[in-house]
Design a protein around this ligand. Structure first.
Ligand SMILES: [Zn+2]
Length: 177
C-alpha cells in the first residue's frame, strides 16, 4: 500500500518534521485494521494551487456493510455513494468560493484487506486560481454519513503540517498552522 500521502508522511518522518504528530497518522487500509465510524482525510496543498485529497473510510461507515454488494438494495446503495463521491465531492469538501477552484475526477477504490472488512478510498484533487493556504474548508460528511463519528484530518502545506479532528465529519478546517 503506497500512495503519495504515505510517501509524504514517511518523508516528513525522515526529515523530522511533525515528529510525533505524523508518526501517529497511519493509513488505516495499510494496517488492515479500522474502526467503524472513524475516517481519515488527508489534504496536501501542492504547488500551483493544486490541492489533493485522500479519504479513507470503512465500508460500514460508507454504505453500511463490508462485503461486496449482493442484494439489489446493497448495489443501489453502493452506486448512490459512488455517485456522491463522483459528482458531489464539492458538497462534502467545500472550498472557499474566492479561491475559484475546479475539481478533477475522483478515483474510487473499495479494498477488502480482511474478510468481512472493506475500506473505501477516494482520491481527488482540485486546482484553484488563488492560494488556498490560510483559507478555511467546510466539511460536510455528516449529512450523508450518519454513522461517521470521528473524522481525522491531516493537512500538509508547503510550509506547515497540522492535524484536526472533526466530530461527526461536519465542521471547518483552516489550512494554516
Ligand atoms: Zn470493518
Amino acid at each position: 500500500m503506497t500512495s503519495k500521502f504515505n510517501h509524504a508522511f514517511a518523508l516528513a518522518l525522515v526529515l523530522g518534521l511533525g515528529g510525533q504528530t505524523f508518526a501517529e497518522t497511519p493509513s488505516t487500509a495499510a494496517l488492515g485494521a479500522h474502526v467503524h465510524g472513524a475516517a481519515q482525510l488527508n489534504i496536501a496543498i501542492e504547488k500551483n494551487n493544486k490541492v489533493e485529497f485522500e479519504l479513507e473510510l470503512p465500508g460500514d461507515t460508507a454504505v453500511g456493510f463490508e462485503r461486496a454488494p449482493e442484494s439489489d438494495s446493497e448495489i443501489v446503495k453502493t452506486q448512490k455513494i459512488e455517485e456522491l463521491f463522483k459528482k458531489k465531492f464539492s458538497e462534502l469538501v467545500q472550498l472557499p468560493a474566492a479561491s475559484k477552484c475546479l475539481w478533477g475526477n475522483p478515483k474510487i477504490e473499495v479494498l477488502y484487506p480482511h474478510k468481512n472488512h472493506s475500506e473505501w478510498k477516494i482520491q481527488i484533487y482540485a486546482v484553484c486560481q488563488k492560494d488556498l493556504a490560510g483559507q478555511s474548508l467546510n466539511l460536510d460528511f455528516g449529512k450523508h454519513f450518519k454513522t461517521l463519528k470521528d473524522l481525522d484530518v491531516a493537512v500538509i502545506g508547503q510550509s506547515f503540517q497540522k492535524k484536526a479532528e472533526v466530530p461527526n465529519g461536519t465542521g471547518s478546517v483552516t489550512l494554516s498552522k
